[in-house]
Ligand binder design. Structure first.
Ligand code: B1M
Length: 210
């Protein structure tokens, strides 16, 4: 599809207005938001990752591609979030300490909102202490943590330990995700669940509060 190709290209080139206009055009052509997201935005970001690994892209290029992707996503957000008014529960979400990647986390937050959850977004570089404090302040049913770096994943386990130490582990479910995270890792650190993508994360959250 021509329009999907142009969105893909805009993200690859870090063209924010191209990505935004492309998504708007794709929606007016009647393409499904999920197709636009998966085949246009996410596919392009994964190509950016491959180019970075190959040494053809550097951090600045990765960053401007990420901004273009966010611009496209902001157009899709109302469609991804269109939901009923009754709250399914409250979720605190954040990217763990030392990690600044937030596109996947934002996508998970949007899908959670779409599934009817109230979402408290702590942003990026969230310390275990901040997650613990958020449980005291916001009383969520679920904490969702995202990590994109193998070097920051360990903060997920540390956060679970900090919740235990604060005597709060029993009152909140912990779910995790992000490119390097696996189900085996979730089991290893005692999380309540793992999901490989944002839609699966929303389904998992629903099942945990059912
Ligand atoms: Co970074 N980076 N980056 N980066 N970056 C990766 C992750 C990397 C794999 C690239 C590579 O080498 N191929 C690599 C990590 C290697 C590793 O640890 N194994 C890497 C590196 C090395 C780095 C730096 C160290 C580079 C440097 O400075 N030398 C640096 C670290 C900075 C830091 O965090 N402290 C860095 C910086 C950056 C930018 C700032 C430039 C930018 C981030 C901008 C931003 O997020 N605002 C960036 C980007 C864009 C990437 C890539 C290219 C794309 C990530 C992305 O947004 N993907 C990435 C390569 C790649 O992943 N292919 C890469 C799209 C997004 C939708 O997918 O986040 O995986 P993702 O989310 C998915 C699922 O994982 C899941 O749902 C989402 C989709 O449905 N999910 C969850 C995510 N979180 C979840 C939580 C859940 C459930 C599911 O909770 C329940």
């Amino acid at each position: 599809m021509e329009i999907i190709k142009s969105i893909y290209q805009a993200v690859l080139e870090g063209d924010m207005s191209g990505a935004k206009d492309g998504v708007e055009a794709a929606l007016s052509e009647g393409l499904a938001p999920d197709t636009i997201m998966q085949e246009g935005l996410i596919a392009a970001m994964s190509e950016v990752g491959s180019l970075f690994e190959a040494g053809d892209f550097f951090v600045p290029e990765m960053l401007i591609s990420a901004r273009a992707m966010q611009a496209g996503l902001s157009v899709l957000k109302p469609m991804l979030v269109a939901s009923g008014s009754k709250s399914a529960g409250k979720i605190v979400i954040g990217t763990v300490k030392g990690d600044l990647h937030d596109i996947g986390k934002n996508l998970v937050g949007m899908m959670m909102e779409g599934a009817g959850f109230e979402v408290v977004d702590l942003g990026t570089d969230v310390t275990p202490e901040k997650f613990v404090q958020s449980v005291k302040d916001s009383q969520p049913q679920i904490i969702a943590m995202s990590a994109l770096l193998t070097t920051t994943m360990s903060s997920m386990g540390l956060t679970i330990k900090a919740l235990e130490a604060a005597g709060l582990r029993g009152q909140v479910k912990v779910i995790i995700g992000g490119a390097p995270v696996t189900n085996a890792y979730a089991e290893q650190i005692g999380a309540d669940g793992f999901s490989p993508d944002a839609s699966a994360a929303a389904r998992l959250a629903k099942s945990l509060v059912a």
